[in-house]
Design a protein around this ligand. Structure first.
Ligand SMILES: Nc1nc2c(c(=O)[nH]1)N[C@H]1C(S)=C(S)[C@@H](COP(=O)(O)O)O[C@H]1N2
Ligand SMILES: [Mo]
Length: 463
């Protein structure tokens, strides 16, 4: 079967459907302001400046956009019903949801992917998010055989060995039993190896939701796998690998090297952002493998086997491998290298007017922490160092910001991340020199957004 993670037309330029960008690709503030209230952003940043932010940024903003006098706006002069009347009682269905005005902030399916009878990838709306945490209801999804809402009282996790030398005492855990064991909570990103895959072929999907939205970041909670292996008497000197297997029909199985597990980093999660995992993200159990591509984060986790060599399963021998220019495939390239993307302004958004903006985006590295992010507004000729919002955590999204005064001329926005190993995110030219042009997975090249004189922002690649 065709893998829907693959672009439908690698190497060919496709055009998004005419009505595709629509208001949903555009952040609310930009859209509102576009519809006649051109001073909306000014008002918004004036408030931001008043409540703090860096002094330099505030000064730049004030110079670029003098605060308009507060005359004549009925929205400040007239008292609305919500100020004079009685509001609603508590939310009665017990579980809250976002404002009705935010209903365009949704997961979406990419126009660049093959449409199959059953959708199997949805992308997170990175352009609409703040900070580093992805709300669980907006976490991207990738299902190889559909998702299930599994009854946790019937779900089991088995720990066994390839033979009795690898592990002394095979065990079967219930979810309740796992939740009694020592627990950790950690923030990590999960990125599908195919994220930005279409850009290899210069498909240039219109928004950062589609170019980079197969990444999300959550606080996950669970029990370190090392604890379970010790309880089952695994011989981690002999057994240098584990196989993780999911309980859905895709037979999702991945080899994980023991060195990632021994240091306590890999854990069996049941929690996500303070509550149980969502069904589409693997409820009731999923493996968290920090820094490693999404496919190894096996959902509906039901079995861990300890062995002494990689299993070469279908999802590591023929999928998630990298076609190199010499025609050979590179396997087991699971760690997500350092990468970043500007999320505002980004493709599909429209800048209202010349003046002050906060350029912001996300950076991450599967090898550790983000050390710095540089931003260019002229296609990489000149760079300025962005500020990193804390906390900066290991194998976690890091938010960066940079103040920018747009002069109304075309601009080419880029971000370039460096991680704490010293690795610098490559340009497309540098990446293609090593990886060729026919790959699908593991594209961590620098993304470019073209801001046109009209204020419209487009996805482009510089050669
Ligand atoms: N059991 C199972 N685990 C799975 C998958 C799957 O289809 N079945 N998809 C994998 C892939 S390719 C990715 S990118 C991530 C996606 O996780 P998410 O749907 O929570 O975003 O889960 C991985 N784990
Ligand atoms: Mo994936």
């Amino acid at each position: 079967m065709h893998d829907p993670t693959e672009p439908s037309t690698p190497g060919r330029l496709i055009k998004a459907p005419e009505n595709f960008i629509g208001p949903e690709g555009v952040r609310t503030v930009f859209r509102e302001a576009q519809e006649g209230r051109r001073d909306f952003i000014r008002g918004a940043f004036a408030a931001a400046v008043a409540t703090g932010g860096s002094a330099a940024a505030g000064r730049a903003a004030a110079q670029a956009n003098p605060v308009p006098a507060a005359g004549g706006d009925p929205n400040i002069l007239n008292l609305p019903a919500h100020t004079t009347g009685l509001g609603q009682g508590v939310v009665t269905d017990g579980y809250g949801r976002p404002s009705q005005y935010e209903k365009n902030v949704q997961r979406r399916q990419s126009p660049g992917l093959t449409q199959t009878t059953q959708a199997s990838v949805s992308f997170a709306p990175l352009q609409s998010l703040f900070g580093i945490v992805t709300p669980s209801g907006l976490h991207f999804e990738r299902h190889h055989q559909g998702w299930w809402d599994i009854d946790p009282s019937k779900h089991r996790l088995m720990i066994n060995g390839s033979d009795e030398r690898m592990l002394r005492k095979p065990m079967v855990f219930t979810v309740d039993e796992l939740m009694r064991l020592p627990q950790v909570s950690r923030f990590h990103f999960i990125e599908c190896g195919a994220n930005s895959g279409m850009e290899w072929g210069n498909v240039a999907v219109p928004t950062c939701q589609y170019s980079h939205g197969m990444i999300s970041c959550s606080e996950f909670t669970g029990v370190p796998l090392k604890i379970l292996l010790d309880m089952a008497g695994a011989d981690t000197k002999r057994g240098r690998y584990v196989l993780a297997e999911g309980a859905d029909g895709s037979s999702m199985t991945r080899t994980i090297p023991m060195e990632l597990i021994e240091n306590g980093e890999v854990f069996v999660a049941y929690g996500q952002n303070g509550e149980m995992l969502r069904p589409e993200n693997g409820y009731p159990l999923r493996l968290v493998v920090p820094g490693v591509q999404g496919v190894s984060w096996v959902k509906y986790l039901r079995r861990i086997e300890v062995g002494d060599k990689p299993w070469a399963t279908k999802d590591e021998a023929i999928h998630y491998i990298d076609l190199m220019p010499d025609g050979l495939h590179r396997q087991y390239s699971g760690i997500q290298e350092c990468k970043s993307v500007v999320t505002t302004p980004s493709g599909g958004q429209v800048l209202l007017d010349k003046g002050y903006y906060t350029i912001t985006g996300l950076a991450w590295s599967g090898r550790g922490k983000v050390r710095r992010v540089d931003v260019s507004v002229d296609g990489g000729r000149n760079w300025r160092q962005a500020a990193l919002q804390g906390p900066v955590m290991d194998k976690c999204l890091t938010r960066f910001t940079l103040p920018w005064v747009w002069d109304g001329k075309p601009a080419l926005l880029q971000s370039r991340a460096t991680d704490d190993t010293g690795y610098v995110q490559p340009t497309y030219r540098q990446l293609r020199a090593v990886r060729g042009t026919r790959s699908i997975y593991h594209n961590n090249a620098i993304q470019t957004w073209l801001v046109e004189e009209s204020g419209e922002v487009k996805n482009v690649q510089l050669s």
